[in-house]
Design a protein around this ligand. Structure first.
Ligand code: S3P
Length: 179
């Protein structure tokens, strides 16, 4: 089975969906952010604070290079993994790219806890909704690299997984059995 790579903005459900999807498919699961935290021995917010975003992006790229060559793996990316075209080229090589989407209010609610999303916490606007809206607008085009989209705003994680499996079968892009 090709990898299934979940991309999408913060709060769209990449991690929870990825875990469930991997379980359902009997595939391995890798969450890039958690893998980075384990490898470098610090949380992402601490990494941003102590080493800066450029350092985090370099670690993120190294982790993509390390994981993209696997097979039979569901890979949940970070919201900004799409910023580096080399990341997406490597992930697309052996994987189907699925973009999870959600509306702004859903993203706002799901990312409400401060201290966990440094790219939002560092925004100066004060208004978190506005910070999300402008980052979403900035990145929208980057998420178009996906093979297909699934909106998670009103779906349960199980429904999201069902929809991903349905679309893979429908588009016959899986290169194997997924159910
Ligand atoms: C980021 C999203 C985060 C994490 C880091 C940067 C981003 O992942 O990789 O804080 O630039 O959007 P989630 O999308 O899992 O929150």
């Amino acid at each position: 089975m090709k990898n299934i790579v979940l991309i999408g903005f913060m709060g769209t459900g990449k991690t929870s969906t990825g875990k469930l999807l991997a379980k359902r498919l009997g595939a391995a699961f890798i969450d890039l952010d958690r893998a980075i935290e384990e490898e470098y021995g610090m949380t992402i917010p601490v990494m941003f604070q102590q080493k800066g975003e450029a350092y985090f992006r370099a670690c993120e790229h190294a982790m993509v290079e390390k994981t993209a060559g696997r097979r039979n793996t569901v890979i949940s990316t970070g919201g900004g993994t799409v910023k580096d075209p080399a990341n997406m080229a490597a992930l697309h090589e052996g994987g189907i790219i699925v973009c999870l989407k959600a509306d702004i209010d859903t993203i706002l609610a799901r990312t409400a806890s401060h201290g966990t999303r440094p790219v939002l916490d560092s925004e100066d606007q004060g208004d978190r909704r506005q910070a999300i809206a402008s980052l979403l607008a900035e990145r929208r085009r980057l998420y178009e690299v996906a093979d297909f989209y699934v909106d998670t705003s009103t779906r349960t994680p199980r429904e999201v997984v069902d929809e991903i499996i349905r679309q893979i079968k429908h588009e016959k892009i899986g290169g194997g059995s997924h159910a």
